[in-house]
Ligand binder design. Structure first.
Ligand SMILES: *[C@@H]1O[C@H](CO)[C@@H](O)[C@H](O)[C@H]1NC(C)=O
Ligand SMILES: *[C@@H]1O[C@H](CO)[C@@H](O)[C@H](O)[C@H]1NC(C)=O
Ligand SMILES: *[C@@H]1O[C@H](CO)[C@@H](O)[C@H](O)[C@H]1NC(C)=O
Length: 435
């Protein structure tokens, strides 16, 4: 998850245009009227206190409101399955799903991209070193269930030994570590070998999409994980390599009902997705257009930019590789209006969505009608040096692409400054200046 620079520019332009808005107008002043309501519980994304009456309430099944205090998705009348198709043609995929911003499950696409090779621990252990023989200092987070705004803390050592992909593979299924190791690491770091074994999915193989890839990432854990409800500022084709996943999704048009304007970080909903308190978040029950994707190993899921999603996994080893791309970054740069309405995060997401489908359903500037000549693997997208800019990358990477190097540089300096490099914190900083 990250915030795009176009968004950042938006905020910069807000700063510049504060003369128009009026210096005393604050972000909070333009928030919509459906504010979080009063509730007996303290129930938001990071925690949800139970009250004794809740037990009676749920035991008796006397639910006054469908899905109150239940996981997200149970508030809706129905959550149909995301359509499941078999397809490999980039142009058809682009038109039907990317341009139209429609989620889809591509049966077998992850299996095809990994050439049907089974990613056993033995297989992965063969590639756990960098190509120079040194360990790959992959990023391993300590929480598999969302607990805070930031993605801290990171697991840096186990029993005095630095964590890397090799030690991760050795430890992540052990009872003592299975609940606190979640590997989320770019495959674009210098020397990472695993990327050689992930082909660019055939549906992405046209020049415009190829050029717009910003990151490929490995996500791996022992399962039993639960994410926040959030939306991203990039398109995401997620390859489920092994294990299963359930992804609960709502369209960008519904962004205001996730109460994202009441979170202090862009792209996150403050609602606890495993225990939705409808006393506090009544609009959540009115979310429409929801869908769920139940993925099996070998499947892929297209999560279009701006779509809200929560990811749940069952216990058991689990791995996915994401292809994150942004074909509209340049095209949409100049559309942001500098008015009050545009300052609201949820309305930005909704506008961008409306704008994007408008732009792209008319034959648009992206044709995606030529196929790439050569086989492309994830390792062809690569950052070459310790750099925190895109300049040393072989692709249009984002500064966060080289996050491992940045992080390691920071850690070496004794400062854990990860939050500075992504996940929307820079927006938050700008916003606090603006307040
Ligand atoms: C799943 O995680 C929860 C903590 O979030 C833990 O209490 C539970 O024991 C875990 N279940 C399994 C089967 O590991
Ligand atoms: C979509 O395009 C039409 C015609 O060009 C335009 O009138 C309309 O305002 C556009 N909608 C958005 C949300 O930009
Ligand atoms: C692809 O689309 C572009 C723009 O519509 C067109 O100029 C070009 O001839 C097409 N190429 C092929 C191979 O169809």
């Amino acid at each position: 998850m990250r915030a795009s620079y176009s968004l950042m520019r938006t905020f910069l332009s807000f700063l510049l245009c504060s003369c128009v808005i009026g210096a005393s107008t604050r972000y909070l002043d333009v928030l919509p009227s459906f504010r979080p309501a009063k509730s007996l519980r303290e129930c938001h994304v990071h925690k949800c206190e139970r009250r004794p009456s809740d037990e009676t309430f749920t035991a008796r099944k006397c639910h006054r409101r469908k899905g109150h205090l239940e996981p997200m998705g149970s508030q809706q009348k129905s959550m149909p399955n995301v359509p499941r198709v078999t397809m490999s043609d980039p142009r058809a995929f682009y038109e039907k799903y990317v341009a139209a911003a429609e989620p889809v499950v591509l049966a077998g696409a992850a299996a095809a991209a990994t050439s049907g090779v089974e990613w056993t621990n033995e297989f992965l252990s063969r590639w756990c070193h960098l190509d120079n023989g040194r360990p790959w200092h992959a990023i391993v987070e300590m929480n598999k269930v969302i607990v805070s705004n930031t993605r801290h803390p990171l697991l840096q050592e186990i029993a005095g030994e630095p964590v890397n992909f090799c030690t991760f593979l050795r430890d992540y299924l052990k009872p003592e570590y299975k609940d606190n190791m979640y590997l989320i690491s770019p495959l674009t770091d210098p020397g990472v070998q695993l990327g050689k074994h992930v082909e660019m999915p055939s549906v992405l193989q046209c020049p415009e999409i190829h050029e717009s890839v910003h990151e490929t990432r490995l996500w791996m854990s022992s399962g039993n994980s639960s994410s926040s409800l959030h939306s991203d500022t990039h398109e995401n084709l997620m390859l489920q390599v092994f294990g299963t996943k359930s992804v609960y999704m709502f369209p960008p048009s519904q962004s205001h009902k996730t109460y994202m304007d009441y979170h202090d970080r862009y792209g996150l909903s403050p609602v606890h997705p495993e225990r939705v308190d409808l006393d506090k978040w009544p609009m959540f029950a009115q979310l429409e257009g929801g869908m769920v994707a139940h993925l099996h190993g070998g499947d892929a899921l297209m999560i279009p930019e701006g779509w809200w999603h929560q990811v749940r996994t069952r216990p058991g080893r689990n791995a996915a590789v994401t292809w994150e791309f942004e074909p509209y970054e340049e095209l949409l740069n100049n559309f942001w209006p500098a008015d009050n309405f545009g300052r609201l995060w949820s309305s930005q997401v909704r506008r961008k969505y409306a704008m994007k489908t408008n732009l792209t359903t008319r034959g648009g500037p992206i044709a995606c009608n030529e196929t790439l000549p050569a086989r492309t693997t994830a390792d062809t997208y690569r950052c070459n040096e310790r750099q925190n800019t895109g300049e040393a990358c072989t692709f249009r990477c984002i500064p966060q692409s080289c996050v491992t190097q940045q992080l390691q540089a920071k850690l070496a300096g004794g400062v854990n400054d990860r939050g500075k490099y992504g996940y929307g914190n820079e927006l938050h900083e700008l916003l606090s200046t603006f307040r």
